[in-house]
Design a protein around this ligand. Structure first.
Ligand code: ADP
Ligand code: MG
Length: 475
C-alpha cells in the first residue's frame, strides 16, 4: 500500500512537472525520495549537499507553492541530505527544513547553535539559508585589537596570534589557554576565531563553551543522532572550546570529545581550548585526553600587572569615548588587582554612578565607589597603592623607591612604605620586600621597627606618618 508521504509527493511532482522543463525535472526532481510526513512537515531525501543548495536556489518558490497547496498554509518541507562518505563513516542524514523566509527573520544573526522548533534534528543547521553555514558564535568585541598586551599575557597572546595566522599549521595544536577567572581566556579564544574569519572567511570556525558542547551531546544521545553530532564537529576547521575543565568527571562527553579531537588533529584542523587551570591540575579528565592536551602548547594568563591594568582602563575609556581623569584611572588600577573583569566592573559602576547622580567623575567619587566595589578587601589596600601615595607625598618617583639606592630620604620613604604595607595588607614580609627594591624579609622587619621607634621619638616624623595614614585610608 502506498504511504501517505508518497501520495503527497506524487501530487507535488505533478504540479512541478507542469512548471519546469523535462530535463530539469529529470535532473532535479526524479532523484528525490520522500521519506516521512509528520503533521505538516514533509521530509524529502536529496543525494547531496550541492543538490539541496541547487534546489533552494532555483526552485524554492515553486516548492513552497506546491507544499502549501498540498499540506495547507502551515505545510513545510524538510530536506534530508545523504552526506558523501568523506569521513570514513556510514552515510548519514542531516535534516534541514525548507526555506520559509516568513518565519525566519535574519536567521544568520538570530539563530544560535541551539535547537529551534520545527523538527531540526541537527542542532547546528540554520534554516532559511541558501547554504549550510555554521554560525561561529564570535563576539566582535573580543578581538586582538581590543586585547591589551602585557607581561602577564605575552606568551598566551603571541601563541594565540600565531595560531590565528596559521591555524592548524603551528606546533601550537591544540592551544590551551589557562588562567583564573576574568583574566582574558574567553577574550583571547574569540580573538583567534575573529582573526581567522577575517583572513579566511571560508574557514569553518566554531566557538563553543564546553557546557554547551556537553548539553548538545546529551540531546544527541536522547534523539539518537550522536553520529550527526560527531560528524558535525569533525567538519569544523577551527574548533574553539571554552572552559574544558567543565568536562571534569563527564566521561561520556570526554569520550566523544576525544574522538572529535583526534579526527581534527589528524586532519590538521586547529583546536583551541581554555581552562581555569593547568593541564596537570585538571582532575577528573581522562589521562588519554590529558596527554593529547599536552601535545600542543599550554600558555597561562597571569593576573594583570599595574601597567597592564592602567593600559586596559585607558583603552576601555577611550573606546567608550569617556574622558577619564588620570588620577581616577590610576586609583582604579592601583585598587583593583584581582582580575580584568573586576577592573571593568569597577569602571562601569563608576561611570554609572557619575552619570546617574550627575556627579563629576573625580578621585573622590572614585574612592567612594571603589571602596564599595571591593567590599571584601575594602580595608586592604595594595602595596602598589601605598608606594604611590608615599612617593606622591615625598614628591619622589616610584622607580627610585623601588631601586636599590641607599640615599637617606629614599631609604626612609621605602621604610615607610614597608611599614604601611605590613600594617594594611596581608602580604608576607618577603612579598613586601620584593615589591620595595628586592629586599629580604629581615629588611622589612627592620623597617617596621625603625618606623615605630621614630614615631615615638621624632615629632615631625610622626606627623608624616599620620598624614600618610589619612591619605592611604581615606577611601
Ligand atoms: P575569562 O574567560 O578568563 O574568565 P574573559 O575573557 O571573559 O575572562 O575576560 C573578562 C573581561 O576582561 C572581558 O570583558 C575581556 O574583554 C576583558 N579583558 C581580559 N583581558 C583583557 C586584555 N588583556 N585587554 C583588554 N581586555 C581584557
Ligand atoms: Mg571565560
Amino acid at each position: 500500500m502506498k504511504k501517505e508521504y508518497d501520495k503527497v509527493w506524487e501530487k507535488c511532482l505533478e504540479i512541478i512537472k507542469d512548471n519546469v522543463n523535462a530535463q530539469s525535472f529529470k535532473t532535479w526532481f526524479e532523484p528525490i525520495k520522500p521519506i516521512r510526513l509528520q503533521t505538516n512537515v514533509l521530509t524529502i531525501q536529496v543525494p547531496s549537499q550541492f543538490f539541496y543548495e541547487w534546489l533552494e536556489e532555483h526552485y524554492v518558490a515553486l516548492l513552497k507553492k506546491v507544499i502549501r497547496k498540498e499540506l495547507g498554509a502551515d505545510g513545510r518541507l524538510e530536506y534530508s541530505i545523504v552526506m558523501e562518505n568523506i569521513y570514513g563513516v556510514k552515510p548519514y542524514t542531516v535534516r534541514i527544513p525548507a526555506t520559509n523566509k516568513k518565519e525566519v527573520k535574519n536567521p544568520a544573526m538570530n539563530m544560535p547553535l541551539d535547537m529551534r522548533e520545527g523538527g531540526i534534528r541537527n542542532p547546528f543547521i540554520i534554516p532559511g539559508l541558501k547554504r549550510v553555514t555554521v554560525e561561529s558564535n564570535l563576539n566582535p568585541d573580543y578581538s586582538f585589537e581590543h586585547f591589551v598586551e602585557g607581561d602577564c599575557n605575552r606568551l598566551a597572546r603571541s601563541a594565540a596570534f600565531a595560531v590565528a595566522n596559521k591555524p592548524g599549521e603551528t606546533s601550537f595544536n591544540p592551544l590551551l589557554i589557562y588562567g583564573g577567572v576574568g583574566l582574558g581566556k574567553t577574550h583571547l579564544a574569540h580573538a583567534i576565531g575573529i582573526e581567522i574569519k577575517k583572513k579566511n572567511p571560508a574557514k569553518t570556525v566554531l566557538y563553543v563553551p564546553s557546557e554547551r558542547f556537553t548539553n548538545q551531546f546529551i540531546d544527541a544521545i536522547q534523539n539518537n543522532n550522536t553520529n550527526d553530532f560527531v560528524n558535525f564537529y569533525q567538519m569544523i576547521d577551527v574548533l574553539i572550546i571554552d572552559d574544558v575543565h567543565f568536562f571534569s568527571g563527564k566521561e561520556k562527553t570526554q569520550d566523544v570529545f576525544f574522538h572529535v579531537f583526534n579526527h581534527l588533529q589528524q586532519n590538521k584542523k586547529q583546536i583551541v581550548m581554555t581552562s581555569d587551570r593547568a593541564p596537570v591540575d585538571l582532575q577528573g579528565i581522562e589521562q588519554r585526553l590529558l596527554s593529547r592536551f599536552k601535545w600542543g602548547l599550554a600558555a597561562d594568563l597571569q593576573p594583570p600587572d599595574l601597567e597592564t591594568r592602567i593600559a586596559i582602563l585607558e583603552k576601555k575609556a577611550y573606546a567608550d569615548g569617556i574622558d577619564l581623569p588620570r588620577d581616577v584611572m590610576e586609583y582604579i588600577g592601583y585598587s583593583i588587582t584581582s582580575n580584568i573583569r573586576e577592573l571593568e566592573g569597577a569602571l562601569i559602576s563608576l561611570l554609572a554612578q557619575a552619570s546617574l547622580n550627575k556627579k563629576t567623575l573625580n578621585i573622590d567619587l572614585a574612592r567612594q565607589m571603589i571602596d564599595k566595589f571591593v567590599r571584601n578587601t575594602a580595608k586592604e589596600v595594595s602595596i602598589d597603592y601605598i608606594q604611590k601615595v608615599v612617593c606622591d607625598y615625598f614628591n619622589m618617583p616610584i622607580d627610585l623607591l623601588k631601586s636599590k639606592t641607599r640615599k637617606r630620604e629614599v631609604v626612609q620613604a621605602r621604610q615607610i612604605a614597608m611599614y604601611f604595607a605590613k600594617q594594611l595588607t596581608k602580604s608576607s614580609l618577603a612579598t613586601i620586600g620584593m615589591h620595595c627594591g628586592g629586599k629580604d624579609h629581615a629588611t622589612v622587619l627592620h623597617a617596621c621597627r625603625t618606623v615605630n621607634n621614630l614615631m615615638d621619638t621624632d615629632k615631625k616624623f610622626r606627623h608624616y606618618i599620620q598624614e600618610l595614614d589619612k591619605k592611604i585610608n581615606l577611601s
